[in-house]
Design a protein around this ligand. Sequence first.
Ligand code: NDP
Ligand code: 2IT
Length: 448
Amino acid sequence: MAKLDEKLEAIYTEVLKRNPGETEFHQAVHEVLDSLGPVVAKHPEYADAAVIRRICEPERQIIFRVPWVDDQGNVQLNRGFRVEFNSALGPYKGGLRFHPSVYLGIIKFLGFEQIFKNSLTGMPIGGGKGGSDFDPKGRSDGEVMRFCQSFMTELYRHIGEHTDVPAGDIGVGGREIGYLFGQYKRITNRYESGVLTGKGLTWGGSQVRTEATGYGTVFFVEEALKLRNENFDGKRVVVSGAGNVAIYSVEKVNQLGGTVVACSDSGGYIVDEAGINLDLVKEIKEVRRARISEYVDKVPSATYHNTGSIWDVPCDIALPCATQNELNGRDAEELISNGVQVVAEGANMPCTPKAVHAFSSAGVIFAPGKAVNAGGVATSALEMQQNASRDSWSFAFTEQRLAEVMRGIHDRCVTTADKYGVPGDYVSGANIAGFIPVADAMLAQGVI
Ligand code: NDP
Ligand code: 2IT
């Protein structure tokens, strides 16, 4: 990893010491501190008031037991988390992840990223994240419901429309948000729509929230291409994952004239040179919650690979939309040698530091998750706005608002990178533009 400015290095050393073993959290902090050198040089007040040290320490971390009964009558046990990281700009806001790999270090990396992402949207939302090591794979609806009810039986006392507003992430979609909302309502005896986002359309959800992260990802890339007098027309695209973010990234790429030739799940990847049949992917992954390998049963000309890497598939644009550190230095070299032009992170921190370094050294346009995938949480903030005014907007209007937010984020990244002497560097642009409003609000609000 690159050497940091002296003051920032001391903060990083303290983070390593206070948070042993939380490697993903260390990685996310390092990436932000790496961008802040020019900021502390210009604004020593941020260092003097320990703003950066305080930003690296969550305001509150909640860890709890989640017991539940499976379909066989056995008692199962999981661990639940909610990290309320920073409330300088608004109530804590961020998703819940249900995946067996979840531990405190993952939730803290995601919560930390969320602070700057939410700030970049320009909307009044702080940063938080939660989840559990519960694995929904192979579980019945009844088991998922009982798990969600037990999870909410503890979580409810910590959240609220003005306090902390969870939403979905890996393993948490409309079904889980429904069970969580039902239990919150039952315990509190309040129909508090704004306590969760990603709700169903008939009970307080927003149009476009399901599509928002994927659509926003592609809107961001569209802006980056536009700046270079290019567009998606005829572009060959690879999208990893086949979940919420991946599916709606593919949908928007298709609408804009690109062709997605590969996608994946945790078992392997498929390649369809004719262009992925998205209805089929939706049927396999959204409706039946099955494996992407089944795609080739219906499309014999496509191929399935459970060895190697999806990043070996040549493309103009790569959109990693599955999980953290899924694209490493070797994958980056392969993409570069195959002529990739743009890499944009639909997932949170999917590219390793070595991969990011390789892309920037090779002059590939690289855009980080906290800017690229901010359309999801931005549309959550639009859902909160609709809930607060008991209104509901049309699909077209909401999509237009999302597109405006993504244009704003892209502009903020570009102008901030220019202002701080690193033109074209979306990583620094996003980190600095996300950091400054949070730091200023923290200075204004005193030592808390
Ligand atoms: P989903 O649970 O809907 O989908 C996740 C997808 O990624 C699945 O296809 C899953 O495969 C695949 N996947 C998970 N782990 C791995 C792995 N280790 N290797 C390969 N594939 C893997 O989650 P989302 O689409 O919501 O989230 C994807 C990413 O986007 C995450 O990084 C999340 O934090 C980020 N994100 C999500 C937002 C949202 O609004 N949902 C907003 C912003 C960012 P399988 O089906 O086999 O498990
Ligand atoms: O990583 C993310 O931004 C999300 N999972 C969405 C968070 C939200 O509150 O909509």
